[in-house]
Ligand binder design. Structure first.
Ligand SMILES: Cc1cc2nc3c(=O)[nH]c(=O)nc-3n(C[C@H](O)[C@H](O)[C@H](O)COP(=O)(O)OP(=O)(O)OC[C@H]3O[C@@H](n4cnc5c(N)ncnc54)[C@H](O)[C@@H]3O)c2cc1C
Length: 496
């Protein structure tokens, strides 16, 4: 495709080719009368799985090559590749509680209820080939955790549907150790063959072109050269860290912050980049017995060792009836960070805070699209200390689960993690990598809201946001399946 044919204009340009962007490009181009262009900053490894790097396909590890920043703070990790974070994530899929849907319908209307999203959840499950963890992938540690959770009285639940607290196996978008990412699932050879779909890899979105309150296109950097794409509608899908930065560089955001960065304000929207919500977690390390180390080594030699294959949804006292606000995640295998001698493994249980009240932010450091933004997840910082209290409750429940698994591992020496001071918990905090909320949906008269229930940006026409950033609150779930479903649903609102 020549640059001039690119310039000639598209019906829809999708900005960001991650989980949501792949769904949107595939669904919107189903109509041969609509021309669609998908723009992704990272590489496009193409429709054939055999041409993808081995590291991205390997579901036994979390790849770290195609990312925005190497050697960065753990909570900033995010993919820069067609397929987005589905190329580098745990390939786990779960769904949240009815309480999550109540929060979303208050912000965006009935299309965000569990019933209204159900057909889209099913579409995503089918297209991604999601299936429950098979028995062969359970390690001795995961099997022991399933037994221990049952003995402690948790009911067994289906993790892929809106449900109730309990234990179970997640749904996977990986089979036989091969990760099936959103690009392979949605942008398959048949979809790519559509003459009305253009996929641009290595194309960085700088900012939107805005004329008289309407977005008319987008300025991108393609092969190092500036190019302007004209479009009737731009759909931003650059993720929770990317979408607010594109809006702010385009003059849509908090007026004072835009001024600090020398950007002319087109629409003063204080909610852009605010309300960052991610799920922090604290790990309870345990000391594996020789028996457990040997069992894990045997599984690893057979090529079947997966660090984590079950979870428990648990409720603290702060949680509404029927919902849960904690995931307990038993893990055993090679350490996520660092190395251990051959034959030795890291085992433990993490308690993740699924419904944090603390809020962080994403801000620009400059108007330069190459400069990484300021990202502050503000983990466990709410003044009333509720987030710390829920994490502590989760750590107590994790210790209870660990005690029931004691024949395989014993607690590490020293004060139990749940009894440590808040400062110590903050120092140990990690993330589940499920950031949302920086372009939150809500009514136009709420200064914190950025988009309406269809993803249309307040105060400007021709522009939607359709990715994890529109969720005003994080679900009590891993976010990939909810994002796939919301992108399926928002694509339908654009087709109507
Ligand atoms: C390490 C890690 C592990 C995770 N594990 C799980 C898991 O096991 N299960 C689960 O459910 N969820 C998991 N997640 C979260 C899940 O991957 C995200 O919720 C999901 O990918 C969000 O989709 P998205 O489309 O909003 O953003 P992304 O998938 O991140 O896609 C955003 C895309 O936009 C592109 N982009 C950004 N800025 C620009 C720009 N200026 N120009 C052009 N392109 C741009 C990016 O390169 C990227 O491809 C994990 C995330 C990470 C990072």
């Amino acid at each position: 495709m020549t640059t001039s044919s690119l310039l000639s204009g598209h019906d829809v340009v999708v900005l960001g080719g991650g989980v949501a962007g792949c769904v949107l490009a595939a669904r919107l181009s189903e109509d041969p009368g609509r021309s669609v262009c998908l723009v992704e900053a990272g590489p496009d490894y193409g429709p054939q799985q055999r041409n993808w790097p081995e590291k991205i396909l390997n579901a036994r590890a979390l790849p770290r090559d195609d990312v925005w920043e190497r050697h960065t703070a753990f909570y900033r990790i995010r993919a820069r590749v067609l397929g987005g974070s589905s190329c580098i994530n745990g390939a786990w899929n779960t769904w949240g509680s009815h309480a999550d849907h109540a929060e979303w319908t208050r912000a965006g209307g009935e299309r965000w209820s569990a019933d209204a999203l159900e057909p889209y959840r099913l579409r995503a499950v089918e297209r991604m080939g999601l299936h429950a963890v098979p028995d062969a992938e359970l390690s001795a540690w995961a099997s022991a955790a399933l037994t221990a959770a049952r003995e402690l009285g948790y009911p067994e639940v289906d993790m892929g549907v809106p449900g109730s607290p309990g234990y179970g196996r997640p749904l996977l978008n990986a089979a036989d150790g091969v990760r099936r990412n959103a690009a392979l699932a949605y942008l398959d050879p048949a979809t790519r063959a559509r003459p009305n779909l253009t996929v641009l890899g290595d194309a960085l979105v700088d900012r939107l072109a805005i004329r008289a309150g309407r977005v008319s296109g987008v300025h991108i950097v393609l092969d190092g050269a500036p190019v302007t794409l004209e479009a009737d509608t731009c759909v931003l899908a650059s993720g929770t860290f990317g979408s607010p930065t594109v809006l702010m560089r385009s003059g849509i955001g908090p007026a004072a912050h835009l001024k600090e960065n020398g950007i002319r304000c087109e629409v003063d929207l204080p909610g852009v980049g605010a309300n960052l919500s991610d799920q922090p977690g604290v790990f309870v390390p345990l000391v594996p017995t020789d028996h457990l180390n040997r069992a894990l080594a045997a599984k690893e030699s057979a090529g079947e060792l997966y660090v984590s294959r079950m979870l428990v949804r648990a409720a603290s006292e702060y949680c509404p009836d029927g919902a849960w606000d904690l995931h307990l995640l038993p893990t055993a295998g090679p350490p996520l960070f660092g190395k251990l001698p051959p034959g030795q493994y890291e085992a433990g249980i993490s308690a993740f805070l699924m419904k944090p009240v603390s809020r962080g932010h994403v801000r620009l450091r400059s108007a330069d699209p190459l400069e990484p933004p300021e990202i502050d997840p503000a983990f466990l910082t709410d003044p009333a200390g509720r987030d710390v209290a829920v994490v502590r409750a989760g750590l107590e429940k994790a210790a209870e689960l660990a005690a029931a698994m004691e024949p395989l591992a014993r607690p590490a020496d020293g004060t139990p993690v749940h009894a440590r001071p808040a400062a110590d918990l903050r120092a140990r905090v990690g993330t589940y990598w499920h950031p949302v909320g920086t372009c939150a949906m809500g009514p136009a008269d709420d200064p914190r809201s950025v988009v309406d229930g269809q993803g249309a940006v307040h105060g400007v026409s021709g522009l939607r946001v359709a990715d994890a950033s529109v969720l005003p609150t994080v679900p009590a779930a891993n976010t990939q399946l909810p994002v796939l479903a919301l992108a399926e649903m928002l694509a339908d609102t654009l087709r109507a």
